[in-house]
Design a protein around this ligand. Structure first.
Ligand SMILES: Cc1cc2nc3c(=O)[nH]c(=O)nc-3n(C[C@H](O)[C@H](O)[C@H](O)COP(=O)(O)OP(=O)(O)OC[C@H]3O[C@@H](n4cnc5c(N)ncnc54)[C@H](O)[C@@H]3O)c2cc1C
Length: 332
């Protein structure tokens, strides 16, 4: 599927036209990007995860990087390179150490998707209290450790640990200014993208549920009809939220409200996904747990991919933002 992705031109599509893409990351194309991520999520959540990370790197480099960094990334992507954002740290963290006017990385990244085949990752690294983004060019034989990736689902994301000690860091590698990685509303507001991938998987699950009920002659049962109604309403609810979050992300809305809306979108999407999985699994029964039924794979991947950073904080920050604002609730 990765080969198809490269051949399809989707790898380069996020770049602006002047760099050979079709501007999929631009503000007025967020609706198109949402559709792409939904369709990818419906096909395979692991591929959707990898491509979402790839798109995030292109967005970060186009927003904060120099023209030379943008051109070099676009050229590598045209030649087949995949990008990823590796932010998660172990207890020691990844650092930039400087000695005799020479800076290099010390430490490793964990939970790095695409470890072993991503050649252009952005990694976050600390220099003192400052957090920097470093755009690396890794060689294909750079050692990775996938031994710890024994997750229930999303196994084909090849999410692992990678030691980056000794990689030189100069002006060509550092992207933007210290603190840009977590600059709002882009950092939290961009969460709508993984919600879109989750939504695609939910849509596919509900379609599979329909096929199952119809093909087995079980669609007229009132209990199953109730489950179908719950699923359709949950998918549509998530879709309204995700598409609105994408629209606001690309628009001129107040940054705090954009972040709060994305945080609430995470909450709504997660709840919808959990409700749908419960309904589909109860409505289909044991078959939903037997490989190679696609319902089994999607539930396994979706349950794993739903685990995103600090969901409680995202939800409570959104609630705080509304309490603090003067906006009527229907217009927040
Ligand atoms: C398939 C997959 C691919 C991934 N790929 C990447 C990647 O390429 N790059 C990358 O950087 N990361 C990646 N990650 C990691 C991801 O971004 C998150 O860091 C990870 O999924 C967080 O999961 P968690 O449940 O451990 O989060 P946590 O934030 O630890 O949340 C677990 C629970 O603890 C609560 N909690 C969190 N902090 C506190 C606290 N201080 N006090 C009390 N409660 C707390 C949360 O609200 C939640 O209820 C990937 C994850 C997955 C599943």
């Amino acid at each position: 599927m990765w080969g198809e992705f490269r051949r399809s031109g989707l790898a380069i599509a996020p770049f602006p036209e002047k760099l050979g893409g079709c501007g999929l990351i631009e503000s007025d194309r967020q609706g198109n990007l949402c559709t792409v991520l939904r369709l990818l999520g419906a096909g395979d959540l692991s591929i959707a995860r990898l491509i979402e990370g790839h798109i995030n790197v292109i967005a970060l480099v186009c927003r904060y990087g120099t023209p030379a960094q943008q051109a070099s990334l676009a050229s590598d992507v045209r030649d087949g390179a995949l990008a990823a954002v590796w932010g998660a740290d172990d207890a020691a963290g990844l650092k930039i150490v400087t000695r005799d006017h020479h800076s290099e990385l010390r430490g490793r990244k964990i939970l790095a998707s695409g470890a072993g085949f991503v050649m252009r990752p952005i990694v976050t690294a600390k220099a003192g209290d400052d957090q920097w983004m470093c755009l690396l060019r890794l060689s294909p034989d750079h050692p990775v450790d996938l031994g710890g990736w024994t997750a229930q689902g999303m196994r084909s994301t090849a999410t692992g640990a990678i030691d980056l000690t000794g990689i030189p860091i100069g002006p060509d590698e550092t992207v933007g200014a210290a603190g840009d990685f977590m600059r709002q509303p882009y950092f939290s507001g961009g969460a709508w993208r993984f919600c879109a991938a989750h939504l695609g998987a939910m849509e596919r699950l509900v379609e599979l549920f329909r096929q199952h009920l119809v093909s087995r002659g079980r669609a007229e049962d009132p209990y199953q009809l109730q489950r179908v109604a719950v699923c359709v309403a949950a998918v549509r609810t998530a879709r309204f939220w995700v598409e609105e979050a994408a629209r606001r992300f690309g628009g001129e809305a107040d940054p705090e409200a954009t972040v709060a809306f994305a945080n609430m979108t995470r909450m709504v999407t997660e709840r919808s996904a959990l409700d749908i999985m419960e309904s589909v699994q109860r409505g289909v029964g044991l078959l939903a747990f037997i490989r190679p039924d696609p319902i089994e794979r999607i539930c396994r991947d979706l349950s794993t991919y739903l685990r995103q950073p600090v969901p409680d904080l995202a939800m409570s920050n959104a609630a705080r933002a509304w309490l603090k604002s003067a906006a009527p609730v229907g217009e927040f």
